[in-house]
Design a protein around this ligand. Sequence first.
Ligand code: GLY
Length: 383
Amino acid sequence: MTVSLTTTGPTVVEVALGDRAYDIVIGRDQLASLGERINVLRPGARTAIVTDRTVAKHWLEQTEASLAASGIASSRIIVDEGEGSKTYAGLQQVCEGLISAKIERNDLVIALGGGVVGDLAGFAAAAVRRGVDFVQVPTSLLAQVDSSVGGKTGINSPQGKNLIGAFHQPVLVIADTAILDTLSPRQFRAGYAEVAKYGLLGDAAFFAWLEAHHAEIFSGGAAREHAIATSCRAKAAIVARDERENGERALLNLGHTFGHALEAATGFSDRLFHGEGVSIGMVLAAQLSAQLGMIADDDATRIQRHLVDVGLPTRLQDIAGFAQEGLADADALMALMAQDKKVKRGRLTFILMRAIGQAVITNDVEPATVRDFLARKLKDARA
Ligand code: GLY
Protein backbone atom coordinates (compact mmCIF):
# COMPACT_ATOMS: atom_id res chain seq x y z
CA MET A 1 0.00 0.00 0.00
CA THR A 2 1.53 3.30 -1.07
CA VAL A 3 0.08 6.40 0.51
CA SER A 4 1.07 9.98 0.07
CA LEU A 5 1.49 11.51 3.50
CA THR A 6 1.23 15.27 3.65
CA THR A 7 0.54 17.52 6.61
CA THR A 8 -1.52 20.34 5.14
CA GLY A 9 -4.23 21.16 7.64
CA PRO A 10 -6.53 18.72 9.37
CA THR A 11 -8.14 15.66 7.85
CA VAL A 12 -11.91 15.73 8.19
CA VAL A 13 -13.85 12.47 8.20
CA GLU A 14 -17.64 12.62 8.09
CA VAL A 15 -19.85 10.20 9.98
CA ALA A 16 -22.78 10.16 7.55
CA LEU A 17 -25.87 9.83 9.73
CA GLY A 18 -28.30 12.09 7.87
CA ASP A 19 -29.42 15.02 9.99
CA ARG A 20 -27.18 13.72 12.80
CA ALA A 21 -24.06 13.64 10.62
CA TYR A 22 -20.90 15.01 12.20
CA ASP A 23 -17.25 15.62 11.46
CA ILE A 24 -14.17 14.07 13.00
CA VAL A 25 -11.39 16.64 12.70
CA ILE A 26 -7.96 15.01 12.86
CA GLY A 27 -4.65 16.86 13.04
CA ARG A 28 -1.97 18.42 15.20
CA ASP A 29 -2.97 21.40 17.38
CA GLN A 30 -6.65 21.17 16.42
CA LEU A 31 -7.73 21.76 20.03
CA ALA A 32 -7.14 25.47 19.37
CA SER A 33 -9.94 25.39 16.77
CA LEU A 34 -12.56 24.07 19.22
CA GLY A 35 -14.12 27.46 20.05
CA GLU A 36 -14.36 28.57 16.44
CA ARG A 37 -15.90 25.27 15.37
CA ILE A 38 -18.47 25.36 18.18
CA ASN A 39 -19.40 28.91 17.26
CA VAL A 40 -20.18 27.77 13.72
CA LEU A 41 -22.04 24.66 14.89
CA ARG A 42 -24.02 26.09 17.84
CA PRO A 43 -23.82 29.89 17.94
CA GLY A 44 -24.65 31.15 21.44
CA ALA A 45 -24.26 27.78 23.16
CA ARG A 46 -22.76 27.61 26.64
CA THR A 47 -20.55 24.66 27.45
CA ALA A 48 -19.55 22.39 30.33
CA ILE A 49 -16.25 20.57 30.05
CA VAL A 50 -16.13 17.12 31.65
CA THR A 51 -12.61 15.86 32.20
CA ASP A 52 -10.44 13.92 34.66
CA ARG A 53 -7.72 15.20 36.97
CA THR A 54 -4.76 14.14 34.84
CA VAL A 55 -6.16 15.43 31.56
CA ALA A 56 -7.19 18.63 33.33
CA LYS A 57 -3.56 19.26 34.34
CA HIS A 58 -2.38 19.07 30.74
CA TRP A 59 -5.27 20.28 28.57
CA LEU A 60 -8.06 22.02 30.48
CA GLU A 61 -6.59 25.51 30.33
CA GLN A 62 -5.98 25.28 26.58
CA THR A 63 -9.52 24.03 26.07
CA GLU A 64 -10.99 26.86 28.12
CA ALA A 65 -8.76 29.37 26.33
CA SER A 66 -9.99 28.21 22.93
CA LEU A 67 -13.61 28.60 24.06
CA ALA A 68 -12.98 31.98 25.72
CA ALA A 69 -11.24 33.28 22.59
CA SER A 70 -14.49 32.66 20.73
CA GLY A 71 -16.59 34.21 23.50
CA ILE A 72 -18.03 30.87 24.67
CA ALA A 73 -18.87 30.51 28.37
CA SER A 74 -17.66 27.29 29.97
CA SER A 75 -17.78 25.53 33.31
CA ARG A 76 -15.78 22.48 34.38
CA ILE A 77 -16.62 19.13 35.96
CA ILE A 78 -13.56 17.15 37.01
CA VAL A 79 -13.90 13.45 37.83
CA ASP A 80 -11.36 10.97 39.20
CA GLU A 81 -9.22 9.27 36.64
CA GLY A 82 -9.97 5.71 35.58
CA GLU A 83 -12.71 3.13 35.20
CA GLY A 84 -13.84 3.84 38.80
CA SER A 85 -15.60 6.95 37.49
CA LYS A 86 -17.74 4.98 35.04
CA THR A 87 -20.15 4.15 37.85
CA TYR A 88 -23.54 5.27 39.14
CA ALA A 89 -21.68 7.62 41.51
CA GLY A 90 -19.61 9.08 38.65
CA LEU A 91 -22.75 9.52 36.55
CA GLN A 92 -24.47 11.29 39.45
CA GLN A 93 -21.50 13.64 39.86
CA VAL A 94 -21.53 14.61 36.18
CA CYS A 95 -25.32 14.91 35.86
CA GLU A 96 -25.60 17.03 39.00
CA GLY A 97 -22.66 19.14 37.78
CA LEU A 98 -24.38 19.75 34.44
CA ILE A 99 -27.65 20.67 36.12
CA SER A 100 -25.86 23.04 38.56
CA ALA A 101 -24.06 24.62 35.60
CA LYS A 102 -27.50 25.21 34.07
CA ILE A 103 -26.60 23.38 30.88
CA GLU A 104 -29.75 23.41 28.78
CA ARG A 105 -30.97 21.71 25.62
CA ASN A 106 -29.21 24.15 23.26
CA ASP A 107 -25.94 24.06 25.17
CA LEU A 108 -23.08 21.61 24.77
CA VAL A 109 -21.24 19.14 26.95
CA ILE A 110 -17.58 18.75 26.03
CA ALA A 111 -15.98 15.40 26.86
CA LEU A 112 -12.25 16.11 27.22
CA GLY A 113 -10.44 12.88 27.95
CA GLY A 114 -9.98 9.22 27.13
CA GLY A 115 -12.56 6.49 26.79
CA VAL A 116 -13.81 6.69 30.37
CA VAL A 117 -14.55 10.42 30.21
CA GLY A 118 -16.08 10.13 26.73
CA ASP A 119 -18.40 7.28 27.73
CA LEU A 120 -19.39 8.91 31.03
CA ALA A 121 -19.86 12.46 29.75
CA GLY A 122 -21.68 11.20 26.65
CA PHE A 123 -24.10 9.16 28.75
CA ALA A 124 -24.71 12.08 31.13
CA ALA A 125 -25.37 14.28 28.07
CA ALA A 126 -27.83 11.67 26.75
CA ALA A 127 -29.69 11.65 30.09
CA VAL A 128 -29.72 15.21 31.42
CA ARG A 129 -32.86 17.06 30.30
CA ARG A 130 -33.55 13.98 28.12
CA GLY A 131 -30.62 14.79 25.89
CA VAL A 132 -28.10 17.56 25.44
CA ASP A 133 -25.67 17.61 22.50
CA PHE A 134 -22.03 16.88 23.14
CA VAL A 135 -18.59 17.23 21.60
CA GLN A 136 -15.86 14.64 21.96
CA VAL A 137 -12.28 15.82 22.42
CA PRO A 138 -10.52 12.46 22.80
CA THR A 139 -7.10 12.62 24.43
CA SER A 140 -5.96 9.00 24.09
CA LEU A 141 -5.17 7.09 20.91
CA LEU A 142 -7.80 4.53 21.85
CA ALA A 143 -10.46 7.21 22.19
CA GLN A 144 -9.39 8.96 18.97
CA VAL A 145 -9.72 5.83 16.83
CA ASP A 146 -12.59 4.09 18.57
CA SER A 147 -14.58 5.17 21.59
CA SER A 148 -15.14 8.84 20.68
CA VAL A 149 -16.71 7.90 17.35
CA GLY A 150 -20.04 6.17 16.87
CA GLY A 151 -22.14 7.25 19.82
CA LYS A 152 -21.74 4.39 22.27
CA THR A 153 -21.91 5.93 25.74
CA GLY A 154 -22.38 4.40 29.15
CA ILE A 155 -21.16 3.28 32.53
CA ASN A 156 -20.32 -0.07 34.09
CA SER A 157 -22.62 -2.13 36.30
CA PRO A 158 -21.08 -4.01 39.22
CA GLN A 159 -22.17 -7.01 37.12
CA GLY A 160 -20.32 -6.08 33.93
CA LYS A 161 -18.66 -3.51 31.73
CA ASN A 162 -20.74 -0.97 29.75
CA LEU A 163 -24.02 -2.64 30.70
CA ILE A 164 -25.84 0.67 31.27
CA GLY A 165 -25.77 3.14 28.43
CA ALA A 166 -27.28 4.78 25.40
CA PHE A 167 -26.48 5.45 21.78
CA HIS A 168 -25.92 9.21 21.72
CA GLN A 169 -23.89 10.58 18.82
CA PRO A 170 -21.59 13.56 19.36
CA VAL A 171 -22.06 16.61 17.14
CA LEU A 172 -18.31 17.00 16.59
CA VAL A 173 -15.11 15.10 17.35
CA ILE A 174 -11.78 16.93 17.57
CA ALA A 175 -8.86 14.48 17.52
CA ASP A 176 -5.80 16.62 18.20
CA THR A 177 -2.93 14.26 17.45
CA ALA A 178 -0.37 16.44 19.27
CA ILE A 179 -2.18 15.63 22.54
CA LEU A 180 -1.00 12.04 22.12
CA ASP A 181 2.62 13.18 22.63
CA THR A 182 1.92 13.28 26.39
CA LEU A 183 0.67 9.68 26.61
CA SER A 184 2.87 7.07 28.27
CA PRO A 185 4.29 4.53 25.80
CA ARG A 186 2.14 1.86 27.44
CA GLN A 187 -1.07 3.88 26.94
CA PHE A 188 -0.14 4.66 23.33
CA ARG A 189 0.57 1.00 22.61
CA ALA A 190 -2.74 -0.03 24.16
CA GLY A 191 -4.56 2.37 21.82
CA TYR A 192 -2.57 1.02 18.88
CA ALA A 193 -4.27 -2.35 19.34
CA GLU A 194 -7.51 -0.72 18.17
CA VAL A 195 -5.71 0.72 15.11
CA ALA A 196 -4.42 -2.75 14.18
CA LYS A 197 -7.99 -4.01 14.67
CA TYR A 198 -9.21 -2.01 11.65
CA GLY A 199 -6.60 -3.67 9.44
CA LEU A 200 -7.49 -7.11 10.73
CA LEU A 201 -11.23 -6.73 10.45
CA GLY A 202 -11.54 -5.21 7.01
CA ASP A 203 -8.40 -3.84 5.37
CA ALA A 204 -5.49 -6.19 4.66
CA ALA A 205 -3.54 -3.45 2.85
CA PHE A 206 -3.79 -1.21 5.92
CA PHE A 207 -2.54 -4.05 8.11
CA ALA A 208 0.46 -4.52 5.79
CA TRP A 209 1.07 -0.74 5.90
CA LEU A 210 1.00 -0.86 9.70
CA GLU A 211 3.54 -3.69 9.70
CA ALA A 212 5.89 -1.44 7.74
CA HIS A 213 5.16 1.91 9.40
CA HIS A 214 4.18 1.34 13.03
CA ALA A 215 7.34 3.00 14.37
CA GLU A 216 6.44 6.26 12.54
CA ILE A 217 2.98 6.21 14.08
CA PHE A 218 4.54 6.06 17.52
CA SER A 219 6.96 8.91 16.74
CA GLY A 220 4.21 11.23 15.44
CA GLY A 221 3.78 13.18 12.24
CA ALA A 222 1.98 12.31 9.06
CA ALA A 223 1.98 8.52 9.55
CA ARG A 224 0.18 8.95 12.87
CA GLU A 225 -2.50 11.10 11.27
CA HIS A 226 -2.87 8.69 8.38
CA ALA A 227 -3.36 5.76 10.78
CA ILE A 228 -5.93 7.66 12.86
CA ALA A 229 -7.79 8.94 9.79
CA THR A 230 -7.86 5.47 8.20
CA SER A 231 -9.19 3.98 11.43
CA CYS A 232 -11.84 6.69 11.79
CA ARG A 233 -12.90 6.33 8.13
CA ALA A 234 -13.35 2.58 8.65
CA LYS A 235 -15.35 3.10 11.82
CA ALA A 236 -17.42 5.95 10.36
CA ALA A 237 -18.40 3.80 7.37
CA ILE A 238 -19.50 0.91 9.58
CA VAL A 239 -21.41 3.17 11.98
CA ALA A 240 -23.17 4.92 9.09
CA ARG A 241 -24.40 1.54 7.82
CA ASP A 242 -25.25 -0.02 11.19
CA GLU A 243 -25.50 2.60 13.92
CA ARG A 244 -27.29 0.38 16.47
CA GLU A 245 -25.19 -2.75 16.00
CA ASN A 246 -27.87 -4.89 14.46
CA GLY A 247 -25.25 -6.55 12.29
CA GLU A 248 -21.99 -5.39 10.80
CA ARG A 249 -21.00 -3.04 13.65
CA ALA A 250 -20.30 -6.12 15.77
CA LEU A 251 -17.15 -6.56 13.65
CA LEU A 252 -15.69 -3.69 15.70
CA ASN A 253 -15.73 -6.07 18.65
CA LEU A 254 -12.92 -8.16 17.18
CA GLY A 255 -10.79 -9.24 20.13
CA HIS A 256 -13.26 -7.80 22.62
CA THR A 257 -15.16 -10.94 23.70
CA PHE A 258 -11.97 -12.51 25.03
CA GLY A 259 -10.52 -9.10 25.93
CA HIS A 260 -13.43 -7.99 28.14
CA ALA A 261 -13.35 -11.32 29.99
CA LEU A 262 -9.62 -10.85 30.65
CA GLU A 263 -10.21 -7.28 31.82
CA ALA A 264 -12.95 -8.50 34.15
CA ALA A 265 -10.75 -11.35 35.41
CA THR A 266 -8.07 -8.80 36.33
CA GLY A 267 -10.60 -6.54 38.08
CA PHE A 268 -10.45 -3.79 35.40
CA SER A 269 -7.16 -2.83 37.02
CA ASP A 270 -3.86 -1.53 35.72
CA ARG A 271 -2.77 -5.15 35.31
CA LEU A 272 -4.40 -5.01 31.89
CA PHE A 273 -5.44 -1.90 29.97
CA HIS A 274 -8.45 -2.25 27.66
CA GLY A 275 -6.30 -2.13 24.51
CA GLU A 276 -3.95 -4.74 25.94
CA GLY A 277 -6.93 -7.02 26.53
CA VAL A 278 -7.99 -6.38 22.92
CA SER A 279 -4.48 -7.27 21.71
CA ILE A 280 -4.51 -10.62 23.51
CA GLY A 281 -8.15 -11.09 22.49
CA MET A 282 -7.36 -10.54 18.79
CA VAL A 283 -4.57 -13.11 18.94
CA LEU A 284 -6.90 -15.58 20.68
CA ALA A 285 -9.57 -14.88 18.03
CA ALA A 286 -6.97 -15.51 15.29
CA GLN A 287 -5.79 -18.72 16.95
CA LEU A 288 -9.36 -19.94 17.42
CA SER A 289 -10.03 -19.09 13.75
CA ALA A 290 -6.98 -21.16 12.80
CA GLN A 291 -8.09 -24.05 15.02
CA LEU A 292 -11.49 -23.98 13.26
CA GLY A 293 -9.75 -24.10 9.87
CA MET A 294 -10.86 -20.58 8.90
CA ILE A 295 -7.38 -19.07 8.52
CA ALA A 296 -3.92 -20.55 8.14
CA ASP A 297 -1.73 -20.97 11.22
CA ASP A 298 0.74 -18.65 9.46
CA ASP A 299 -1.83 -15.83 9.46
CA ALA A 300 -2.39 -16.20 13.20
CA THR A 301 1.39 -16.16 13.70
CA ARG A 302 1.75 -13.07 11.49
CA ILE A 303 -0.89 -11.20 13.52
CA GLN A 304 0.78 -12.11 16.79
CA ARG A 305 4.23 -11.16 15.44
CA HIS A 306 3.06 -7.66 14.51
CA LEU A 307 1.52 -7.02 17.92
CA VAL A 308 4.68 -8.34 19.61
CA ASP A 309 6.75 -6.03 17.35
CA VAL A 310 4.91 -2.98 18.72
CA GLY A 311 5.39 -4.23 22.27
CA LEU A 312 1.85 -5.33 23.04
CA PRO A 313 0.98 -8.34 25.20
CA THR A 314 -0.31 -11.20 23.06
CA ARG A 315 -0.46 -14.19 25.46
CA LEU A 316 -2.22 -14.84 28.76
CA GLN A 317 1.15 -15.07 30.51
CA ASP A 318 1.95 -11.53 29.32
CA ILE A 319 -0.73 -10.14 31.67
CA ALA A 320 0.98 -8.37 34.55
CA GLY A 321 1.08 -10.52 37.68
CA PHE A 322 0.04 -13.70 35.82
CA ALA A 323 2.81 -15.75 37.44
CA GLN A 324 2.06 -14.48 40.97
CA GLU A 325 -1.70 -13.93 40.91
CA GLY A 326 -2.77 -16.24 38.07
CA LEU A 327 -6.03 -15.70 36.25
CA ALA A 328 -9.53 -17.15 36.40
CA ASP A 329 -9.87 -20.72 35.11
CA ALA A 330 -11.52 -21.55 31.78
CA ASP A 331 -15.00 -21.96 33.32
CA ALA A 332 -14.75 -18.61 35.08
CA LEU A 333 -13.61 -16.94 31.84
CA MET A 334 -16.58 -18.54 30.04
CA ALA A 335 -18.90 -17.17 32.75
CA LEU A 336 -17.42 -13.69 32.32
CA MET A 337 -17.92 -13.91 28.55
CA ALA A 338 -21.53 -15.00 29.08
CA GLN A 339 -22.17 -11.77 31.00
CA ASP A 340 -20.98 -9.70 28.06
CA LYS A 341 -23.43 -7.76 25.90
CA LYS A 342 -22.28 -9.88 22.96
CA VAL A 343 -24.60 -12.70 24.00
CA LYS A 344 -27.74 -13.23 21.95
CA ARG A 345 -30.36 -15.69 23.19
CA GLY A 346 -27.71 -17.53 25.15
CA ARG A 347 -25.29 -17.85 22.20
CA LEU A 348 -21.92 -16.12 22.44
CA THR A 349 -21.06 -13.96 19.49
CA PHE A 350 -17.46 -14.22 18.36
CA ILE A 351 -15.72 -12.18 15.76
CA LEU A 352 -13.42 -14.57 13.93
CA MET A 353 -11.34 -14.22 10.76
CA ARG A 354 -11.53 -15.79 7.32
CA ALA A 355 -8.37 -13.92 6.33
CA ILE A 356 -6.34 -10.96 7.50
CA GLY A 357 -8.68 -8.10 6.61
CA GLN A 358 -11.80 -10.26 6.58
CA ALA A 359 -13.48 -10.68 9.94
CA VAL A 360 -16.80 -12.46 10.30
CA ILE A 361 -19.51 -12.51 12.96
CA THR A 362 -20.27 -16.00 14.25
CA ASN A 363 -22.59 -17.32 16.91
CA ASP A 364 -22.31 -20.99 16.10
CA VAL A 365 -19.04 -21.78 17.85
CA GLU A 366 -19.80 -24.48 20.42
CA PRO A 367 -19.18 -23.23 23.99
CA ALA A 368 -17.32 -26.50 24.71
CA THR A 369 -14.89 -25.73 21.87
CA VAL A 370 -14.16 -22.29 23.32
CA ARG A 371 -13.85 -23.64 26.85
CA ASP A 372 -11.37 -26.33 25.77
CA PHE A 373 -9.44 -23.78 23.71
CA LEU A 374 -9.13 -21.48 26.76
CA ALA A 375 -8.22 -24.36 29.08
CA ARG A 376 -5.39 -25.26 26.69
CA LYS A 377 -4.19 -21.64 26.49
CA LEU A 378 -4.19 -21.39 30.29
CA LYS A 379 -2.26 -24.66 30.57
CA ASP A 380 0.31 -23.47 28.00
CA ALA A 381 0.62 -20.17 29.86
CA ARG A 382 1.39 -21.90 33.14
CA ALA A 383 3.90 -24.35 31.58
N1 GLY B 1 -16.12 0.07 20.17
C1 GLY B 1 -17.00 -0.66 19.36
C2 GLY B 1 -18.08 0.16 18.76
O1 GLY B 1 -18.06 1.37 18.85
O2 GLY B 1 -19.00 -0.39 18.20
